[in-house]
Design a protein around this ligand. Structure first.
Ligand SMILES: NC(=O)c1ccc[n+]([C@@H]2O[C@H](COP(=O)([O-])OP(=O)(O)OC[C@H]3O[C@@H](n4cnc5c(N)ncnc54)[C@H](O)[C@@H]3O)[C@@H](O)[C@H]2O)c1
Length: 455
């Protein structure tokens, strides 16, 4: 198995020894090495682009707006059209990006336009599948926000559409394209933390916005919102502005904490480890505080068993999200192995190595005695060994890199990492986490064939 071999550990140690030598001769790539602390700057080469790409936005709310801002930072792309079901967002779009935009409340009018090469889909989750499939079948490349789908049953049709149309399809968990995730992938491969056995991630929030109580515009009504289209693929109900503007809280439209937040960590974790995903998913939680009519928990814990695979040894994952959290703070992705751990963000990796050789392990003591190695019964305090890898100040970030990867794939016919298969394998454990919570049972999944396993 790749990650556990002695040779990969030697690989890491050799690289670090080389790095120390570089510091000794004053290599600028390595800023400091005080005691056992090592620091390296992560660098991304500038990106150039020849062919102009015209794109459109479908769903011009918070994330759609951010995506356009990021996409427009990349060279030679143009926003030509915007679609949203709420007229206020269309008005905002002209204020931000000019009066020349084609505006519509009907996404199919965007898909039939010849001047649109690609679309960003940033609608609520219950529209991702249908619009993605329609867009690819209409010949458009697709950048779809996460999670790729709203229900576990919806994934295969997106994969089929991508395979049959050959269009570039990328899902929006931006971390996957970041320097931080790339560095973590390389460190794990090089054996920096030994054999991975555990990973975790925690989100802590305690504010109305953090708990998805977003503002509802004063003019929200059936005159300004195309409610009938919004609910046309789900339960029929009379107009309800809260269900439209705070959609994350309702199961017909959103995917709860797991689909909103856990999915980012599945994407990063699977990218770093080359994993296909867990085979057992169990969730617990409850609605403790934000009792505003929502249908999803505000405290959610998920535990996930990752089976042995070609890429990795078996390991466990623990994820937790708490919207009533007064103290504990957010951690991003932590990977723990037999010889160390890594804290991974999009911009940095902090690697801690366990270099303890002094031990009370009776087996080791026996071996040392046999080898004639003198044993001290007094414990030594070993200096910590910590390595920080941090992006350079001018790094434009994971979101920028994600759009660069998307547009580069369109221009050069290349593949993206976070395609439909990858994104389904990331979405599935998140969606099954919700299913586990709602059905109060563990869910079994085959991550290779991407199918539910009957108990
Ligand atoms: N990648 C990330 O870091 C990240 C962060 C936040 C949100 N997201 C994802 O982005 C998506 C949007 O989230 P948001 O926070 O921007 O929500 P939002 O409510 O701010 O925006 C959604 C917009 O979609 C519009 N809309 C709804 N149905 C539509 C349809 N059928 N056709 C056209 N427009 C429609 C709404 O009017 C609204 O303007 C979600 O899938 C969410 O999970 C991703």
């Amino acid at each position: 198995m790749k990650n556990t071999s002695d040779s990969s550990r030697r690989n890491f140690i050799k690289k670090m020894a080389g790095a120390s030598a570089a510091i000794a001769v004053g290599n600028a790539a390595f800023a400091t090495q005080a005691n056992n602390n090592y620091f390296e700057k992560l660098h991304r080469n500038p990106f150039s682009a020849n062919d102009k790409i015209n794109f459109a936005l479908i769903g011009a709310g918070g994330m759609g707006t951010q995506d356009v801002i990021t996409a427009l930072k990349t060279p030679n792309v143009k926003l030509v059209a915007v679609c949203d079901l709420y007229k206020g967002r269309l008005k905002d779009a002209t204020t931000k990006w000019g009066n020349d935009l084609f505006l519509t409340q009907h996404y199919k009018e965007i898909l039939s336009r010849k001047d649109v090469d690609a679309v960003i889909i940033a609608t609520p989750d219950h529209w991702h599948q249908q619009i993605s499939i329609d867009a690819m079948r209409a010949g458009k490349h697709v950048y779809c926000e996460k999670p790729m789908v709203h229900a576990i049953t919806e994934g295969p049709a997106v994969i089929k559409a991508q395979t049959e149309t050959g269009k570039v399809f990328q899902v929006g968990s931006q971390g996957v394209s970041s320097l931080g995730n790339e560095k973590a992938k390389q460190l794990l491969k090089d054996g920096a933390i030994g054999t991975l056995n555990y990973a975790e991630g925690f989100w802590a929030r305690h504010s109305p916005t953090g708990a998805w109580q977003y503002p509802i515009p004063a003019d929200a009504s059936t005159d300004t919102v195309d409610w009938e289209t919004y609910i046309s693929n789900t339960t029929k109900r009379p107009f309800d502005a809260t269900r439209f503007f705070r959609w994350r809280n309702y199961r017909d439209y959103g995917t709860g904490m797991a689909g909103d937040l856990f999915v980012h960590l599945f994407s990063s974790l699977h990218f770093i480890t080359n994993s296909y995903g867990p085979n057992k998913i169990y969730a617990a939680g409850g609605l403790r505080y934000w009792k505003d009519g929502r249908e999803v928990p505000d405290v959610l814990l998920g535990t996930f068993d990752y089976p042995q695979s070609v890429a990795h040894a078996p390991f466990n994952l623990s994820l937790r999200c708490n919207f009533v959290d007064g103290t504990s703070g957010t951690t991003y992705l932590k990977l723990v192995g037999s010889e160390g751990s890594m804290d991974v963000t999009w911009d940095s990796v902090t690697l801690k190595r366990n270099k303890t050789t002094e031990t009370d392990d009776p087996f080791l003591i026996e071996q040392m005695k046999k080898a004639g190695t003198p044993l001290s019964d007094r414990k030594r305090i070993l200096p910590p060994e910590e390595y920080t890898f941090a992006a350079e100040k001018d790094y434009l970030g994971g979101p920028y890199d994600h759009f660069v990867n998307f547009f580069t794939a369109i221009r050069n016919g290349r593949k993206v990492a976070e395609d439909a298969v990858f994104a389904y394998r990331a979405a599935a454990p998140a969606l099954l986490c919700n299913d586990s919570f709602n059905q109060d049972t563990a869910m079994l999944w085959n991550p290779e064939t991407m199918q539910l396993v009957k108990k």
